[in-house]
Ligand binder design. Structure first.
Ligand code: NAP
Length: 247
């Protein structure tokens, strides 16, 4: 895989899976724009990439805000003249049973984890369409494929991302732009750190590989979807889950 001369935007990449994706894309040659709502986290992740002698730019923006996204994409266009790869990674969870879930818990998760992908994709597509090359990779989740009690908001957002991926893939395939998704299972990040230890041990027993995945496991698949080698693959969802599949 060689992404030299490609410019990639990874949303929510100040830490966790997004950060690993940013690092991996930079290792295979891409210039990586690190976005995070937390400016310090974005700067730190971009500095880490630069310390490996790769190109990176940090942009603080809230991906649930159309204004922030448009400003971010304009900055990328002004700085690098183009944008080739978009990874819609930013996502949050606010777990509650539906009976006690507030409107705010629903809206916040849907806005940050699903609407953001629509807003970011719309903002970059006009450039990708003009240059007749583009890659969009959406970070869905196993929860979006099989559902999960206590995560109706999160699972709906992640299932929505799959519908979005398949629909957009069909809309723009003729422009040499591919749209794919990955559906990670349990990955070792802050998001899963907050689960209690007993539950984590139970989960590990149910995962055929016996372990949680690492952010790097997700990053490797994303880099493949971003590459020229994956040019004839679009509208697909790849589970990255140690074999747990249907739960
Ligand atoms: P994480 O450690 O919580 O990281 C999420 C990142 O998104 C953080 O850097 C966070 O910034 C950023 N973010 C949150 N709200 C944002 C906003 N409004 N605008 C821009 N950035 C924002 O989560 P993760 O585990 O790396 O997850 C990354 C993606 O993978 C998410 O979409 C998640 O749903 C998905 N995923 C994770 C797992 C897993 O097991 N970990 C499994 C399946 C799917 P702050 O640092 O400021 O909070």
């Amino acid at each position: 895989m060689d992404l030299t001369n490609k410019v990639a935007l990874v949303t929510g990449s100040g830490r966790g899976i997004g950060q690993a994706i940013g690092m991996k894309l930079s290792e295979v040659g891409a210039t990586v724009v690190i976005n995070d709502v937390d400016e310090a986290a974005a700067n730190q992740a971009a500095e880490l990439i630069k310390s490996q002698q790769h190109q990176s730019l940090a942009i603080a923006a809230d991906v649930s805000s159309a204004d922030d996204i448009n400003r971010m994409v304009e900055t990328i266009k002004r700085t690098y003249g183009k944008i080739d790869i978009l990874v819609n990674n930013a996502g949050i969870s606010r777990d509650k049973l539906v009976m006690v879930m507030s409107d705010e818990d629903w809206d916040k998760v849907l806005n940050i984890s699903l609407k953001s992908a629509f807003l970011c994709s719309r903002a970059v597509l006009r450039y990708m369409v003009k240059q007749r090359w583009g890659r969009i990779i959406n970070i869905s989740s196993l929860a979006g494929v099989v559902g999960n009690a206590g995560q109706a908001n999160y699972a709906s957002a992640k299932a929505g991302l799959i519908g979005f991926t398949k629909s957009l893939a069909k809309e723009i395939a003729s422009r040499n732009i591919t749209v794919n998704a990955v559906a990670p299972g349990f990955i070792d990040t802050d998001m899963t750190q907050k689960l209690d230890d007993k539950y984590k041990d139970e989960l590990k027993k149910r995962i055929p590989s016996g372990t949680f995945g690492s952010p790097r496991d997700v990053a490797e698949a994303v880099a493949f979807f971003a590459s020229d080698e994956a040019g004839y693959i679009t509208g697909q969802v790849l589970n990255i889950d140690g074999g747990i599949g249907g739960l």
